[in-house]
Design a protein around this ligand. Structure first.
Ligand code: PGA
Length: 260
């Protein structure tokens, strides 16, 4: 059941390569104003396209997020992009701890620093957590998710909860090599588990206010069932977010499922 405003984040990864492609996709998305109504839509392009996407979404309700941020505030960090730079270019949110970043070496300690940097620059944090595989015999994936969450939340105060979104993305369900998205019933169980940890850390009211998203092989055929049956507030979408028509169909499916 959707209790908060539906939040859909399009993770463009390295799929969208040029500002021309980005502008075209955004032009067609902006034409879907009726579909977008009642949902919060956020586009996360690569660093290189951030300012083009900020320009192309001006005057619309579509928000912009970065896909990552440096754990450092400033200084000699070749290739890094700081939270203040993201803020200055017009991003409002940032994805932190995506499994593809963790796989290329980001540690829990770095993720904690990135969160600190992002929050102090005034960015909303979209924190990704998720197990590599499910342990159907002993359920050890729950302990894994809990440890990722507790480590990332360690330095956060209650007031930070309002600038936080959790994206639960089981690694086995992400990307082309995945067989399918998670089943809504299993997602529901995990989402409730995540909520418990948030409440444990932030207290009941603040903990419950943190939106929980699902990500991993979401498309227009499964989005509705995942949102309505999975107890999540929205979705983090990779492959299916690149084409504006699929993205619009996916949002429409979520809205239709929520009304049932
Ligand atoms: P996918 O990616 O939708 O292509 O599986 C989701 C993500 O990694 O955020």
């Amino acid at each position: 059941m959707v209790k908060k405003k539906l939040l859909i984040i399009a993770n463009w990864k390295m799929y969208v390569a040029t500002s021309l492609e980005a502008r075209r996709a955004l032009q067609s998305l902006r034409k879907q104003s009726l579909v977008l109504r009642g949902a919060e839509m956020v586009i996360a392009p690569s660093f290189a396209l951030l300012s083009a996407v900020v320009d192309a979404t001006k005057g619309s309700k579509i928000g912009v997020a970065a896909q990552s941020v440096s754990p450092c505030a400033d200084g000699a960090h070749t290739g890094d992009v700081s939270a203040l730079m993201l803020k200055a270019v017009g991003a409002k949110s940032v994805i932190i701890g995506h499994s593809e970043r963790r796989a290329s070496g980001e540690t829990d300690a770095m993720i904690r620093e990135e969160i600190t940097q992002a929050l102090s620059a005034g960015l909303r944090v979209v924190l990704c957590v998720g197990e590599k595989e499910r342990d159907h015999d002993h359920g050890s994936h729950f302990a894994f998710i809990a440890s990722q969450l507790r480590s990332a939340l360690a330095d956060l105060a209650k007031s930070d909860a309002h600038h936080l979104v959790i994206a639960y993305e089981p690694v086995w369900a992400i990307g082309k090599s995945a067989n399918a998205a998670m089943a809504p019933a299993a997602l529901r169980e995990t989402s409730i588990f995540i909520k418990k940890i948030l409440v444990e850390h932030f207290g009941r009211e603040a903990g419950i206010s943190v939106p929980i998203l699902y990500g991993g092989s979401v498309d227009e055929t499964n989005a509705g069932a995942l949102v309505s049956g999975g107890e999540v507030d929205g979705l983090l979408v990779g492959r299916a977010s690149v084409k504006a028509s699929s993205l619009a169909a996916l949002i429409q499916a979520c809205k239709a499922a929520a009304q049932k």
